[in-house]
Design a protein around this ligand. Structure first.
Ligand code: BGC
Length: 750
């Protein structure tokens, strides 16, 4: 007999009014289950009962989302009850107590669509920065914080959870995602979603799937074989879904193997709903619905953001399609039921929206949460002669460029969160989407001035020769160098912007004590690397980023981030030196520049994304995946591996052999002795540990069996192939400290 699943929400419900009225119903479910061996959760029953009470008109109303922003270019008028300048709104049905769905972007906090009066909220560091923490708890805490701000801002659906793999380092949205590895990306995204949903709101998981570049994103046809798909991007989504249990999955703009992602039977019905057992609803990206009958029958449950799409496909046309039996009545009920299920499961009925309560947001407390995340995300890439932390004897420091006197950078597009106190530099960057270029008013210069007694001056770096001359007179030069990226545009190359490569080169020639602080959306190249003393990658560090950077520079915080993506030496190291589908060579997504429908071949690398591609093709990157230095010296030892069928557990210990407290990341890689996988090795586990000076601690990691398996499309199962595997205890994908050979039995996973 199967038992009824009691989730957290059901337990919370026990004492609520709704819970009491449903108590009898729950008892009935148990009886039904014991008789028919069919388990239905309380949320499923709740949804089914409600659907039965709904008229056709009410059902259709649930399936059409509207853009909640009045925008002349789109000829859209925001729905009267939606939150202004937000992503979307779907009116509730008061007769049945069904709340409205009020949708906000996105993954780092409560965003505002372009408007003169944006809401001002706390921003986490970018998604890739959260991945660089290698810390699931940080991801959860950040998610819980932004989810709380979302609810207090009048929203109950957050369009977060970007898990697309970093397959293309030029992708303009890499900053919204969580790196190149399926395990890391899935776990970090899943934990963020879990945190968001702890606030009586739904989070999405997006953009399903293979929206791995922005160039021609609305039409590009991604070509990828099933096994490669399942072992790469889809594995990241699968893990994120298992951990985060998102109420909704947002299907992507692009096509996958011919069909649009939002009318792709394989992706939505077969993989997501049937194989993964996803019970929530699929919503389209804004402008990603292209039909009524194919979309509804192939798995799309809700059309979003009208009028981004050409037609309100899920309004009158869907009504007609049901009347004519092109879409069954049962499927219509399934679409509605899935939305109600997700709403109930995540407590949207329990804690109804109550308008804008943003006056209650605790910006001080939330500023500390984002600061902690930023501090753990910063990656120390180089530190010759222990040039960092800044020596107490440094008397004269010059800071150059990057607007470090005013604030820190953020990524552009629909996910843009506007800072409390206004933008540090108004009118920067493009006037049009994905602009403006927003700097948060957390100045690294000012924060550094608070933390040292040195004389610190700032020069904007406009005249490179002058910057070099000023640097030659300082004890230490710190250059802030930026790469601004945004939604809808890929970058044309991996170089820093505003001549920063040249600026750094000249400054470093004038002063060998040069430190570079990078704020980038993803990997960049570093033609000046040999000349500088130290480099830190600060990503887009969020609301409190200036403080986090300053604290790392002076050693109040010991850096502990690691790269969630390989930094290549040049674009020639990646699978597609020329951007896939970039017919006109300018890396934008403007359908009018297309000669026809283009495609991109992801079978070149298949599942060998990032470090896996580099390993497979025997190439050494500038900095490998998982790499990051510390001010401490960590000794990793006592590595043990136990295998019992698919259950593999590793044990190890780490000693902090230094006089400063720090955090170390144990990374576990596995390598089969024969050619079983897409590449020689995979990350199969990681754990971040806090270690006081001279402290030693032991750690245990249970390996997620799917990271050891291959997907067999014929039997639709993950299979661990029998044979010998090397497991390593590692500091990065290229630095293995201990290695143990273990025999694994052939096992088909459930
Ligand atoms: C983006 C989504 C976003 C939506 C709503 C789209 O352009 O791709 O990520 O959630 O807009 O703003």
């Amino acid at each position: 007999m199967k038992t009824v699943r009691h989730n957290k929400r059901e337990r919370n419900l026990k004492n609520s009014y709704l819970g009491k009225s449903l108590a009898g119903c729950a008892a009935m479910i148990v009886v039904a289950v014991s008789n028919h061996a069919v388990a239905q959760s309380m949320s499923e029953n709740y949804a089914n009962d409600l659907v039965k009470k709904m008229t056709r008109e009410e059902k259709l109303q649930m399936l059409m989302g509207y853009f909640s922003t009045t925008a002349a270019w789109l000829k859209s008028t925001a729905p009267k009850n939606g939150m202004p300048n937000s992503a979307g709104y779907i009116e509730g049905i008061s007769r049945l107590g069904i709340p409205a769905q009020s949708q906000t972007d996105a993954g780092i906090g409560v965003a505002t669509q372009r408007s003169p009066n944006p809401r001002e909220r706390t921003a986490l560091p970018s998604g890739i920065a959260i991945a660089a923490t290698f810390n699931d708890e940080i991801a959860y805490k950040g998610g819980a914080m932004i989810g709380n701000e979302a609810w207090l801002s009048g929203f109950n659906v957050m369009l977060a959870g970007g898990a697309n793999l970093l397959r293309e380092p030029r992708n303009g949205r890499n900053f919204e995602y969580t790196g190149e590895d399926p395990l890391l990306s899935g776990a970090i995204t899943g934990n963020t979603i879990k945190g968001i949903q702890s606030n009586h709101i739904i989070s999405t998981l997006k953009h399903f799937a293979f929206n791995d570049q922005e160039t021609n994103r609305f039409t590009i046809d991604v070509q990828i074989g099933e096994q490669a798909a399942r072992q790469s991007d889809l594995l990241a989504f699968e893990i994120a879904n298992e951990i985060g249990k998102p109420g909704s999955v947002m299907c992507a703009y692009n096509r996958v193997n011919g069909d649009y992602a939002c009318e792709n039977d394989w992706l939505l019905n077969k993989v997501l709903k049937n194989e993964w057992g996803f019970k929530g609803y699929v919503m389209s990206d804004w402008g990603a619905t292209h039909s009524t009958i194919p979309a509804a029958n192939r798995g799309l449950d809700q059309q979003s953001g009208y009028p981004f799409d050409k037609s309100p496909y899920f309004a009158g046309a869907l009504d007609e399609a049901v009347n004519n039996n092109h879409v069954s009545e049962a499927r219509l009920d399934d679409m509605v039921g899935r939305i109600l299920f997700a709403m109930h499961e995540n407590g949207l009925f329990e804690k109804p929206l109550n308008g804008d309560q943003s006056a209650k947001i605790d910006f001080v407390a939330n500023g500390k949460i984002t600061q902690e995340a930023a501090e753990e995300s910063i990656v120390l890439l180089k530190n010759d002669r222990n040039i960092l932390p800044i020596s107490k004897t440094a008397k004269k420091i010059i800071i150059i460029g990057g607007h470090a006197d005013k604030g820190v950078l953020s990524g552009g597009g629909s996910s843009q969160v506007y800072p409390v106190g206004g933008m540090a530099i108004p009118n920067e960057g493009p006037a049009e989407f994905p602009g403006p270029m927003v700097f948060y008013p957390s100045s690294p210069l000012k924060e550094l001035q608070k933390l040292t007694t040195a004389e610190i001056t700032y020069y904007d770096g406009a005249d490179i020769n002058k910057a070099a001359e000023l640097s030659s007179k300082a004890d230490l030069a710190i250059v802030f160098a930026n790469q601004w990226t945004g939604e809808s545009v890929d970058v044309v190359n991996l170089n820093l912007q505003n001549n920063a490569d040249e600026l750094i080169g000249k400054v470093a020639s004038a002063n060998s004590n040069t430190v570079v602080v990078l704020q980038t959306g993803g990997p960049v190249v570093m033609p000046w690397l040999d000349k500088v003393g130290a480099v830190i990658e600060a990503w887009y560090p969020g609301t409190s980023g200036g403080k986090a950077i300053a604290r790392v520079l002076v050693g109040e915080v010991n850096p502990s981030g690691a790269l969630p993506a390989s930094f290549v030496t040049s674009i020639n190291q990646i699978p597609r030196p020329k951007l896939g589908g970039d017919e006109v060579g300018i890396a934008v997504n403007n359908p009018s520049q297309l000669k026809g429908r283009v495609s991109v071949d992801y079978n070149i690398e298949g599942a060998a994304v990032g470090y896996k591609w580099l390993d497979k093709t025997n190439q050494t990157p500038l900095f490998p995946f998982g790499y990051g230095l510390s001010y401490s010296n960590f000794e990793m030892k006592n590595f043990k591996v136990r295998a019992d069928k698919s259950k593999v557990t590793v044990n190890f210990s780490i000693k902090n052999n230094s006089k400063v407290d720090g955090k170390a990341i144990a990374q576990i890689y596995a390598m089969p002795s024969s050619d079983l996988w897409e590449a020689p090795k995979r990350l199969v586990g990681y754990k971040k540990m806090q270690l006081a000076k001279m402290q030693e601690k032991s750690g245990t990691i249970e390996i997620n069996p799917k990271t050891l398996a291959v997907y067999n499309p014929e039997i639709k199962k993950w299979v661990i192939k029998g044979g010998d595997y090397d497991f390593t205890l590692s500091k990065s994908s290229a630095q293995h400290i201990q290695k143990i050979k273990v025999k694994l039995e052939e096992t088909i996973l459930d």
